[in-house]
Design a protein around this ligand. Structure first.
Ligand code: PHE
Length: 348
């Protein structure tokens, strides 16, 4: 059995071989660390005859102190030597440190939030792990309603909530609408909910986790012109003064009337052709942004808001999508956005 003298002489010979601070750190760990020589030895003390134990224990503790002291001295001498050897050549050119940057999606989120904050919308992030009630029921899509199929959903395999139903990964930021109505209790509401959403799609134009931003405005006498004005404002702020917004009739269970919103293409400005040739960025001069509409009275009622007194509008679009449309680039594969490839990321 190795006694403390053996440990001591092994230590001394290792101490002599130390030439750098990292060597020193290693030796320190090997002897004084939690599973180091000293502790291992101490843990074996119980096997020694009781009358011997005290003596051996004292000796090991002495050794521990000595090791600590010697390592400290060695450290000081290493640092002094380093200082002497370090000569700085001030004529050498400087070293440029590589700079990190924000991810394009983060840049887009910050920009969208800022644009809406300027017109009084508060920026929130409602849960991505959500209850069925907020994602569907509260939005006029009761259990079994076929409209739910449009929002293919990841359900979580857990016990359902007695009132709120199954737990799920929210397929859209509209699930924040009812939450915001209930949080504020009373209009005016102006919120921009930017959060993660999930749908089980994985192809060149879809990733299973993406971001949406949801606008919700509820107040007395809110009408369609307020919606259109807000869309125009956003499009000009985000895409540039030359771009236009247009709405087309559509259907959602939670808005009435409902629309799809398009933005004029940044390459051909709505014409669909560039110097006589078919535009390569868009199909017909317009790019599809996403959904919008006037909040359905059912949704207001479900949020404890009187639809006779108040009305509102809502819209919900994908962050990655608007970002790509702004840059006027056609990303062959949207998944590149989340590949973590710095060659792609460095461009922004
Ligand atoms: N939640 C809808 C979607 O994900 C978009 C939408 C939001 C439509 C708000 C109308 C109003 O497709």
């Amino acid at each position: 059995m190795s006694d403390s003298d053996t440990i001591r002489s092994a230590f001394l010979s290792e101490l002599n071989k130390i030439t750098s601070l990292s060597d020193l750190e290693n030796v320190k760990i090997r002897y004084l660390g939690r599973k180091g020589e000293i502790n291992t030895f101490l843990s074996k003390l119980k096997n020694i005859q009781p009358n011997e134990r005290k003596k051996v224990g004292l000796k090991v503790n002495e050794l521990k102190k000595e090791i600590k002291k010697r390592l400290e001295e060695r450290k000081v001498s290493l640092l002094l030597r380093q200082e002497k050897e370090l000569k700085i050549d001030v004529t050498l050119p400087g070293f440029k440190y590589p700079r990190g940057g924000l991810h394009p999606v983060t840049i887009a989120i910050e920009e969208v939030a800022k644009i809406f904050e300027k017109i009084g919308f508060i920026h929130l992030s409602y849960p991505e792990v959500e209850w069925e009630y907020y994602a569907f029921e509260s939005l006029n899509m009761p259990d079994g309603h076929p409209a739910r199929d449009d929002f293919e959903t990841f359900f979580i395999d857990s016990k359902p909530h007695p009132k709120l139903g199954q737990m799920l990964l929210t397929p859209h930021t509209s699930s924040g609408q009812n939450r915001e109505m209930k949080r504020l209790k009373k209009p005016p509401i102006r919120m921009i909910n930017i959060a993660r959403c999930y749908r089980p799609n994985w192809d060149v134009t879809h990733v299973p986790m993406f971001y949406q931003f949801e606008g919700l405005c509820v107040d007395e006498r809110i009408n369609l012109t307020h919606l259109k004005g807000t869309l125009d404002y956003f499009v000009k702020e985000f895409f540039g003064a030359k771009r236009e917004a247009r709405v087309r009739p559509f259907h959602f269970q939670f808005t009435e009337p409902s629309f799809e919103v398009d933005v004029s293409c940044g390459a051909c400005f709505g014409k669909g052709t560039v110097s006589g040739e078919k535009c390569r960025v868009c199909k017909s001069g317009w790019l599809e942004l996403g959904g919008a509409g006037m909040v359905h009275p059912f949704v207001l009622k479900e949020g404890d808001i009187d639809p006779k007194k108040y009305s509102g509008f809502a819209f919900g679009w994908g962050v990655e999508r608007v970002f790509m449309m702004k840059e006027d680039f056609k990303l062959d594969d949207l998944r590149t956005m989340y590949s973590g490839d710095v060659r792609f990321l460095e461009q922004f």
